[in-house]
Design a protein. Structure first.
Length: 316
């Protein structure tokens, strides 16, 4: 497995590093700790540094500052038998992150949900939002709920605790890929995995068959709900058994309503450290890079969110 850890000097640096360390990645995992020095390029490849003069001296100072920034996370991760290297890049942060993730064939990109320059009121930063949408790898967006360590605690070898994962599944190949990914990490043994699925057949029926009067077809509606309830139990039971085989504690929830809303409501109640879900679901349009459910959960969740994509790559 190859992991790209993106840091930018914000408070999420320690959070992202601690969360990644808490995942207990296999010893063969290659981790690239990267920071990007923002540099806008205008027409003709012109940058502001070119016009200011003293470019070489300034870049050397920026490089030193960037290397200093990477030192703590590199040291923290190096003690866990991972293959860790650092990387400093200049340019547009979103473009650089996406290019490095693609060129390095990363299976997972880990970064803070907000960056150093994002306004405090933003729940999801601009760069994180674009990486989440366009990356060809799975993306773990870290929030404060799952990462409360300090730089001092990192230096002492303490890591963030991952005690509970809320796994959203609809039985799609994308959800199955997230399950396999979590099983391969592996998660800490004490982690509780709560499996959730949402029943939406009633809502879908109202939208797609507006001429059908369900008020006068109570038997049809009851049969529809019963059938979907049965399928939901099959899906959650299958997922639970996969984690129980690895001796994880599990539980399952079946809720009725919109998928994103159900996931967010469950997250508030059960307070997971990470919500894990596929980039798209059963009803996802193939041409879309990110489904509406994944995007809404990533934007509004109050904890870290793992968005899995590319079933073939996730086991890397």
């Amino acid at each position: 497995m190859k992991v790209l850890l993106v840091v930018d000097g914000s408070s999420y640096l320690e959070m992202a590093t601690g969360t990644l360390k808490a995942l207990r990645l296999p010893s063969r995992t290659e981790v690239t700790v990267m920071t990007v020095v923002p540099e806008h390029t205008f027409l003709g490849g012109i940058t502001l540094d070119m016009l200011k003069g003293g470019v070489l001296a300034k870049k050397e100072a920026q490089l030193q500052k960037a290397m200093d920034l990477l030192q703590a996370p590199v040291q923290a991760l190096s003690v866990s038998r991972l293959k860790v290297k650092s990387l400093v890049q200049w340019g547009n942060p979103t473009e650089i992150i996406l290019n490095v993730a693609r060129e390095s064939d990363a299976s997972l990109v880990v970064m803070g949900a907000k960056g150093l320059t994002d306004p405090p009121q933003f729940l999801l930063g601009n760069v994180a939002q674009k990486v989440m949408k366009y990356a060809n790898a799975s993306v773990l967006l870290v929030r404060e709920k799952a990462a409360t360590v300090t730089e001092a605690s990192l230096s002492r070898g303490k890591t963030t605790a991952i005690n509970r994962v809320l796994l959203a599944t609809d039985g799609s190949k994308y959800a199955d890929a997230v399950i396999l990914f979590l099983l391969d990490l592996p998660l800490p043994r004490h982690t509780e995995v709560i499996v959730i699925t949402a029943l939406q057949s009633h809502l879908e029926a109202w939208i797609k068959t507006p001429t059908l009067d369900f008020r006068t077809n109570q038997e049809l509606l009851a049969n529809l709900q019963a059938a979907e309830e049965h399928e939901a139990r099959k899906i959650t039971t299958k997922a639970e058994k996969q984690f129980q085989t690895k001796v994880y504690k599990t539980a399952s929830i079946v809720m009725r309503g919109g998928a994103a809303e159900c996931i967010l409501v469950a997250a508030k109640e059960y307070k997971p450290d990470i919500i894990a879900l596929g980039s798209r679901g059963l009803s996802g349009i193939k041409s879309l890079l990110l489904g509406s459910v994944a995007e809404r959960v990533a934007r509004y969740a109050n904890c870290s969110v793992l968005i899995g994509r590319h079933p073939g790559k996730m086991r890397g």
